[in-house]
Ligand binder design. Structure first.
Ligand SMILES: [Zn+2]
Length: 365
């Protein structure tokens, strides 16, 4: 059987790793355009002062990864003669940097400053309208040339980012396992290899081993070894695991949940956690697995009930709408062996919520 797995070319991580940025960029070119979240501009300026040999023009990211913003960044890159594009910040500036580099045929260096999703390593940008509505996925021909993560910066960011990243990473093994079972395609359109499945499993095992300690470390703003391992799990293992292992129901249910307005103030990984719990019910995972995953969510503070993501008054009609969207043609939920219907997803959401509430009552008692 032919398998295909894809990876970023280089992954650099550690407390203070930002001091290596100019060295990493210099391997690719001597002039760079940096797409920067205004919040982290001072940190980038400090890193550029410290290191020499590379000319970097900084452009403030304007708020949306839109075709307009990508066009503006591409023009700025041409104007300064950039041979490399750098992206620094959260998901949207990083996606803008990836898309800008692709438009110009240049290499890209990605510097995530939060560990809230597994997007930094992927060959994908999500394009929005200037007003912030989803427009399309831009599948890129290759993954970033460098992903550089300074864990001292991650440790100083609000802990909810890290926990949300663990929610996104929590889905990775179960979705990859579903694809492995059914032989479904990963993000390349082909089946993933054993490497991807092995890394997805390592992602899950790392969450269980180090998640709670990493959360405590982030609360203390300290980059401990446990925090280092969780940042790598959230960013690299989860990224490789989803992209090359494949997605199934957790992200499809997440996508359905986004249709309900009260969920909008909750983050991607928080909704993916609920999607994961529903996936466990949908696919009838063994009791001990269900217990382990609920226990993990409770321990790190991820949602386990619909009320936890703003849906305390959700109606059956609304939940059915979520289920139908999760089962839309082309959704990754169809990677689950045996076929899935909206009625099954509806029942799984109900069962996941009931289990979360049952356990919550028991804990409260
Ligand atoms: Zn995700």
């Amino acid at each position: 059987m032919t398998t295909t797995s894809i990876f970023p070319a280089r992954y650099v991580q550690g407390a203070g790793a930002l001091s290596l940025l100019t060295e990493e960029v210099a391997r690719l070119g001597d002039t760079a355009l940096a797409v920067v979240d205004p919040m982290v501009m001072p940190a980038l300026e400090a890193a550029l002062h410290a290191g020499g040999g590379v000319r970097v023009s900084m452009e403030r990211f304007g708020g949306e990864c839109s075709d307009e913003e990508i066009g503006r960044m591409a023009a700025a890159a041409r104007a300064c003669g950039a041979r490399v594009v750098i992206g620094m910040g959260g998901g949207k500036p990083l996606d803008t940097a990836k898309a800008t580099a692709h438009a110009l045929g240049l290499p890209v260096v990605i510097v995530p400053t939060i560990a809230s999703t597994d997007a930094p390593c992927s060959a994908l940008s999500v394009i929005y309208t200037p007003e912030g509505a989803f427009k399309r996925y831009l599948v890129l021909p290759r993954n970033p040339d460098v992903v550089l993560v300074d864990t001292a910066i991650i440790a100083a960011a609000p802990v909810r980012f890290l926990v949300s990243g663990m929610g996104d990473a929590l889905s990775t093994w179960f979705e990859a396992e579903d694809c492995k079972t059914s032989g479904a395609a990963n993000m390349t359109g082909r089946t993933g290899g054993m490497t991807a499945h092995g890394l997805a499993r390592m992602c899950f095992d790392t969450l269980l081993a180090d998640g709670v300690a990493a959360k405590k470390a982030c609360e203390a703003r300290t980059a401990t070894p446990e925090l280092e391992r969780i940042v790598e799990a959230n960013t690299l293992l989860s990224g490789l695991g989803f992209e090359s292992g494949g997605l199934s129901g957790a992200h499809a249910i997440h996508n359905g949940l986004t249709a309900l307005a009260p969920t909008h103030r909750f983050w991607h990984g928080e909704k993916v956690a609920i999607g994961t719990l529903a996936l466990l019910m949908l696919t009838r995972r063994p009791r001990h697995v269900v217990d382990t995953v609920y226990g993990f969510c409770e321990a790190v503070g991820l949602p386990t009930t619909l009320a936890d993501i703003g849906l305390e008054t959700v109606t059956d009609a609304e939940l059915m709408q979520v289920a139908e969207l999760a089962c839309a043609p082309g959704e990754t939920i169809h990677n689950i062996a045996g076929g899935v219907t909206p009625e099954m997803v509806f029942a799984a959401l109900k069962a996941a919520d009931a289990e979360g509430r049952r356990r919550g009552h028991r804990h409260a008692a």
